[in-house]
Write a protein that binds this ligand. Structure first.
Ligand code: FAD
Length: 365
């Protein structure tokens, strides 16, 4: 069965929904195809204690403020899932799930979107597939020889996973688990804080962790992104990405663990041994588990047939539009598709700009 629409949006996480909101307002005929069986995108899969680094009102998609979560200044991931579920129902967004897009191909005037549940022909495509399905782990010598458990952020749920009982824990172990957390961003800091009380923790970061001042939260990141947007719009010098402010928002659990002296970062180790890690000066640390909080890459395999791939696994864009295929826009993923595009509050603006550009093109066609 082949269906024809103006726009196919690939991915039904926050970026896909923000696109849907603006497509609905523009009066375009569209569908959103999402591989997950249920709403919420990546927020359905984060670790148990994850909290946003911004209050609810500063974590909203276009059109509808996120309601506060009772008793929490910084909402948890389950609250975000509820908000996204309500959002797509409220705006009656045509999300089809579970539908996984295998490939996007040029087909004359149209783009052909092949999926595991049929084919769509579209005059344009917005890709909003996020990064969660492409965890990145750096190549460190000896990694394959490590005999303990290795988890990426996407596989970490709670201290049980490494402290027991859990998949990475041998039955009958009586001492505290020795855990290495790798990565100096928000995931690394929050997971290290989560583990600091129940395990013997080593926190390895490529450079000294940089905290935002305690009295400011993720709102500052968005103010910074807005300033950057303004500078770019006015042709002034790029102020740099949000990371130039400092990487780690000191949300309460991180602050508490840090202030208790439990979050002491070590320089990144140089190699992995069968039983732990080692630094060039001969220092070693034994470990039962290594948790890689080392980021993600954009999930763009479905766009491979278009042959657009550029450096670092990205597709070169002007704003959200793919330079090599003007019928394709990319949303979310990172700052390279718009300042703060991979955040809840930040994706609204690039979504609006993408739809405005598409509406102009399609209206004129
Ligand atoms: P996703 O939420 O990953 O959604 C993409 C959707 O596309 C998924 O449902 C996926 O299944 C689907 N998909 C993928 N491939 C296909 C395919 N081939 N076919 C069909 N569907 C497909 N942002 C904030 O604003 N505040 C925060 O506090 C915050 N904290 C964060 C903490 C962590 C640990 C992480 C990792 C991110 C955090 N972010 C935060 C950043 C950001 O909000 C999330 O990464 C967000 O989930 C990105 O949304 P998205 O819609 O781009 O991608």
């Amino acid at each position: 069965m082949t269906q024809v629409v103006d726009v196919v949006v690939i991915g039904g996480g926050q970026a896909g929904l923000a696109a849907g909101y603006h497509l609905r307002r523009a009066g375009l005929d569209f569908v959103i195809l999402d591989a997950q069986p249920t709403p919420g995108g990546a927020w359905q899969h984060t670790w148990d204690t994850l909290h946003l680094f911004s209050p609810a009102a500063f974590s909203s998609l276009p059109g509808r403020l996120m309601p506060p979560q009772p008793g929490e200044t910084y909402p948890d991931a389950a609250h975000v899932v509820s908000y996204l579920t309500d959002y797509e129902q409220r705006y009656e967004l045509p999300v089809h799930r579970p539908v996984r897009v295998a490939g996007v191909h040029r087909d004359g005037e149209l783009l052909r979107v092949g999926t595991d549940s049929g084919t769509w022909l579209a005059r344009a495509v917005i890709s909003a597939t996020g990064t969660w399905s492409r965890p990145f782990v750096p190549a460190v010598p000896g990694r394959a020889d490590f005999q303990g458990a290795q988890l990426h952020t996407v596989e970490y749920g709670s201290p049980r996973d490494v402290a027991g009982p859990g998949p990475g824990v041998p039955p009958g172990r009586s001492r505290r688990a020795r855990v290495i957390v790798v990565g100096g961003g928000n995931s690394g800091a929050q997971i290290a804080a989560d583990l600091a009380y129940e395990t013997d923790l080593t926190w390895g970061t490529p450079r000294e962790p940089r905290y935002l001042a305690d009295d400011i939260d993720g709102r500052a990141l968005f103010d910074h992104a807005t300033a950057r947007r303004r500078a770019l719009d006015e042709g002034r010098t790029d102020t740099g990405g949000v990371a130039s402010l400092g990487d780690i928002v000191a949300v309460p659990p991180v602050r508490e663990a840090r202030d208790a002296g439990l979050l002491k970062a070590q320089p990144m180790f140089d190699r992995i041994t069968p039983t732990g890690v080692a630094w060039a000066d001969g220092t070693t640390a034994e470990a039962d588990a290594i948790i890689w909080c080392t980021g993600f890459r954009p999930a763009l395999a479905h766009l491979a047939p278009l042959g657009l791939r550029g450096p670092r696994g990205r597709i070169p864009t002007a704003g959200t539009q793919a330079i090599g295929e003007p019928r394709l826009h990319l949303l979310g993923y990172g700052d390279w598709t718009g300042p703060a595009s991979a955040t809840l509050i930040g994706v609204g603006r690039p979504a609006r700009e993408a739809v405005r550009a598409l509406a102009g093109r399609l209206g004129a066609a």
